[in-house]
Design a protein around this ligand. Sequence first.
Ligand code: KG4
Ligand code: ZN
Length: 335
Amino acid sequence: MIILGIETSCDETATAILQKDKDRIIILSNVVASSASLQAKYGGIIPEQAAREQIKAIIPVIEKTIENSKLKIENLDAIAVTFGPGLIGSLLVGVETAKTLAKIWNKPLIPVNHLLGHFYANWIDVAPPKFPYLGLLVSGGHTDLVLFTDHGKYKYLGGTRDDAAGECFDKCARLLGLPYPGGPEISKLAAKGDHSKFKLPIPMTGSKDFDFSYSGLKTAVANMINYKRLTINDKQDLAASIEETIVISLIEKIIKAVKKYNIDQIMIAGGVAANQKLVSRLKTISHKLKTILHVPPPNLCTDNGAMIASAGFFTNPIQNPFILQADPNLSLTND
Ligand code: KG4
Ligand code: ZN
């Protein structure tokens, strides 16, 4: 089976063609166009501007994806598209394009929840993960801990009460004068710093639930910056401390959930899963807990069309493509 995946929930215009033969899912073509360099100038995403860029990019990106795959439109078996959550203008570009193409090419249309889609980056080009597994989604908009028992079947354990982990990286980066997206920038700076120099509060440490919270951490960083004129060495140390604090807070909840639910597989997904400190720390923990760790390659952690096509292999198409509506507020708790 061959699926074209379309992802436009935030500032990327990303499409990919994937093939599934028996258990193996492989990428035939994967194109990502991002307006992040434009957003970098403003320190964050301007939704209207992101959608305008996506309107310009969507058709050329799809054409390039088909061309790179060396396939013809007839070879596609279905179209999978992100229908939420995300920025409404951005989602509409992908959803309306997918609906139109499904109709004129006469292909089934598969609606994919972007949040579930992230996890399916872990199903590409590897032996399929086994259920049940604990999933942590850490992205710019979400921090969710979920226990998966099958495709589309899961128990929601907890999530952030305010800012997402990626959002905290982005906001702290901005406070430090670094460009958007802030996660990779903080990471780069942190590599030269010493995390023990600045003591930041570890959010929700010792709490009995599986929730997260990052707005307090951002405020603590803002207060430190206001209180002291930071040298470049201070900025490196503070960046190291921010990264360390976020990583510790995520790992604490993973360990707790693995023990409580007696799980032997951990899966992480989303842009922050590209953070190498988080990954290397999780590898050590996973070894100690005797669990198997699934982490996508960094280019499949951030938003991409391949994860949406991959999720499409395990999701039902809708009968009538025209009834599909973008849902900016879709979550893992309401579908
Ligand atoms: O999954 P994603 O591409 O978009 C959303 O669905 O939100 O995630 C983007 C987020 C941004 O907040 C970005 O700063 C963060 O992922 N990010 C990272 C790294 N790479 C991207 N955070 C920490 N370390 C990284 N290496
Ligand atoms: Zn995402």
